[in-house]
Design a protein around this ligand. Structure first.
Ligand code: ATP
Ligand code: MG
Length: 621
């Protein structure tokens, strides 16, 4: 049961210090409006306080998420935000997480972490309680504070340092069970965002080096989004650029042998002088041909590589090590040559995923010189044996190409894949761009900028292995469960709703997130106007409508502007003029509409309630 205060709030008794001007550092609409509408105040860089109005909307996002999580059988728990550093050492992330992880010590000198996410805490809790397969599958969630020491917090609560996340973690005996929960979560996420009035684009995402098998991000289109999405015009495909693939724009031979056969008619490899020519552009100009004819070869350094390199060229001396006591063995550092068609860019996220590396980066010039035996600019796959060569699939279709000759001012022409070189690995490494072909229907792909609101991810065994979680099957045999994780940022979701729903005057709340359903503005809260206002408020309250009563002694213009700014979906104005006569009336206006209507006082509450409930039903359907 809601208390009186939950239904009706008097403007004069709450704290809604709206602003006409906004601080200069607020550059995006949601940040500006959240400050101006007095939802939010900044405490420090990346740290914000929700004021009463903002908190009401925040709680509504929270309630929607909770309802949808409960509906799919996820169980809410509430761990602490500060967790023992030990758990993070077990998982290996104490060392691998970098500076975003806030590490603190207590008075006894023990290490703690202020949770940026909670795989460790949930895995540890489940480890202690799990014994039998009968307890699985199990989905647990929390809606709780997170802290990430973001380098550049910006755009208000879109990227704060402290924020609130719904994070869920599921545990399973097998892949099918994990997939079932993953699908359920995906459906729940679609419902959550729909109920919040948000248009989200679910996209396939990178599942990372940890061997995850599925990953979907829920994006909203946004100019300030730091994700690039590739979308099919026919709606057949949507992916984060980190993951996006495309239909081949070349015809690849079936095998290296077929490639070699196809190259039979190509002239033999020839070394040519290319003085002072290093870049693809310079080469194109020098040889008067286009970039698609070049095999671009880049030397990469990779950190903590999990892929087995024992049979890879140039890797026989590499030693494996464990970054953390229970973590899998990795090569702390390894170098690779990546060959790709000259008009394309290497997708470093794909590369890192393929070689299971924590991080990849272009090698330093001195490393390039050591590996290729030439200054930067002359790397090529022919005769390169100091590092493993990884070729993008486009290279397999190249049989009369130009490539660096591993010597200063020299290139090879007539280079043929299969005849002149055979890479250690062939895989998809290209960065897909607008104009490339949809991998499903072959139609054109286009790009959009996106902001991530939520993420669902099949984690697999990463944490359950490193943190030694086990259960017994029906035969008493011990197994490790597989795991999924599922996050949504509440603050970012709320801010995104404002990004999608506003006009020049202020916010246009989807009714499900509006701090109040109705704002009632008596022109002067006194006499007959006050009596009618109180009557309508009482009737609306009876029906469960949430009302902000602007009882302030302000000019009507000020109250109207604030009402528009705050964005409450329905406005009722009670004034002397409309109350005079046989059938006293009030003005009713939807925030999204220009015109108001006169409604008889005796019918006002019924009519408003009908509007509110049908708007709610529409979004909650
Ligand atoms: P981003 O790439 O934007 O930093 P992320 O990949 O780090 O996001 P996750 O770790 O998947 O995000 O966290 C789940 C959700 O938490 C995100 O989808 C986002 O809504 C929210 N979130 C993450 N970082 C922040 C932040 N600094 N401020 C507000 N919300 C955040
Ligand atoms: Mg992040």
């Amino acid at each position: 049961m809601l208390s009186f205060k939950d239904y009706t709030m008097k403007f004069s008794e709450t704290l809604i210090p709206t602003l006409r001007e906004v601080p200069g550092d607020a550059v995006i609409v949601s940040h500006r409006l959240m400050l101006r509408a007095a939802m939010l105040r900044k405490l420090s860089n990346g740290l914000f306080a929700y004021l009463p109005l903002g908190l009401r909307s925040f709680r509504k996002v929270e309630r929607i998420i909770r309802e949808e999580m409960d509906a799919i059988g996820a169980l809410e728990i509430k761990p602490t935000v500060v967790v023992p550093g030990e758990l993070w050492k077990e998982s290996g992330r104490w060392d691998s997480m970098g500076e975003a992880l806030l590490r603190v010590k207590n008075r006894l000198g023990s290490d703690f972490v202020v949770s940026p996410t909670a795989e460790e805490a949930f895995t540890a809790l489940v480890r202690d309680e799990l014994s039998s397969y009968r307890q699985l599958p199990l989905s647990l969630y929390q809606i709780n504070t997170k802290y990430r020491d973001e380098v550049r917090p910006r755009y208000g609560v879109m990227r704060g340092r402290e924020f609130t996340m719904k994070d869920a973690y599921s545990f399973h005996t097998n892949e099918e069970s994990l997939d079932e929960t993953y699908q359920k979560m995906g459906r729940a996420y679609r419902r959550i965002f729909k109920r919040c009035g948000l248009t989200v684009i679910p996209v396939q995402a990178d599942s990372g080096a940890m061997g995850g098998t599925g990953s979907e991000e829920f994006m909203v289109e946004s100019e300030i989004g730091d994700n690039t999405l590739l979308l099919c015009k026919a709606g057949d495909y949507a992916a984060n650029v980190e993951k996006a693939g495309c239909k081949p724009d070349y015809s690849a031979p079936a095998s290296p042998e077929a490639a070699k056969a196809a190259a039979a008619s190509i002239p033999a490899l020839e070394k040519i002088d290319t003085p002072h020519v290093r870049t693809i552009e310079e080469l194109c100009a020098f040889l008067k041909t286009d970039a698609k004819k070049f095999i671009k070869t880049l030397i990469y350094k990779a950190v903590n590589v999990e892929l087995d390199l024992s049979s890879a060229p140039g890797c026989s001396k590499l030693q494996r090590r464990k970054p953390a006591p229970d973590a899998p063995e990795v090569y702390p550092e390894a170098f690779f040559a990546v060959a790709i068609r000259g008009d394309l860019d290497v997708n470093e996220v794909k590369l890192a995923a393929i070689i299971k590396a924590a991080e990849v980066m272009l090698a330093a010039d001195t490393d390039v010189e050591r590996i290729t035996g030439a200054p930067v600019g002359f790397a090529g796959p022919v005769g390169l044996s100091t590092v493993p060569v990884i070729a993008d699939e486009t290279v397999t279709a190249m049989n009369d190409a130009v490539a660096g000759a591993l010597a200063k001012d020299l290139h090879y022409t007539h280079v043929a894949y299969g005849r002149d070189f055979g890479p250690w690995l062939v895989t998809d490494l290209r960065t897909v761009v607008a104009g490339d072909r949809c991998p499903v229907c072959g139609g054109e792909l286009y790009e959009k900028k996106g902001n991530e609101l939520g993420h669902i991810f099949k984690l697999g065994y990463k944490y359950t292995t490193s943190m030694k979680v086990s259960y017994l099957d029906e035969n008493g045999k011990s197994h490790t469960p597989t795991m999924g994780c599922y996050g949504i940022g509440l603050d970012r979701t709320l801010a995104s709703a404002i990004e999608e729903h506003h006009d020049d005057q202020g916010i246009l709340w989807p009714i499900t997130l509006a701090p109040f359903h109705v704002i009632i503005i008596p022109i002067k809260y006194d006499g007959a106007v006050k009596a009618v206002t109180d009557q309508i408020v009482a009737e609306l309250e009876q029906k469960g409508i949430e009302i902000l009563l602007d009882d302030r002694n302000e000019r009507p213009g000020v109250k109207f502007n604030d009402a528009d700014l705050i964005g409450i979906p329905y406005r009722v104005v009670v004034g002397d003029k409309n109350l005079a006569g046989d059938t006293p009336k009030v003005e009713v206006k939807a925030r999204a509409e220009k015109e108001n209507r006169l409604v008889e006082v005796s019918k006002a509450a019924d009519e408003l309630a009908a509007l509110v409930f049908s708007a709610l039903a529409e979004l909650n359907r």
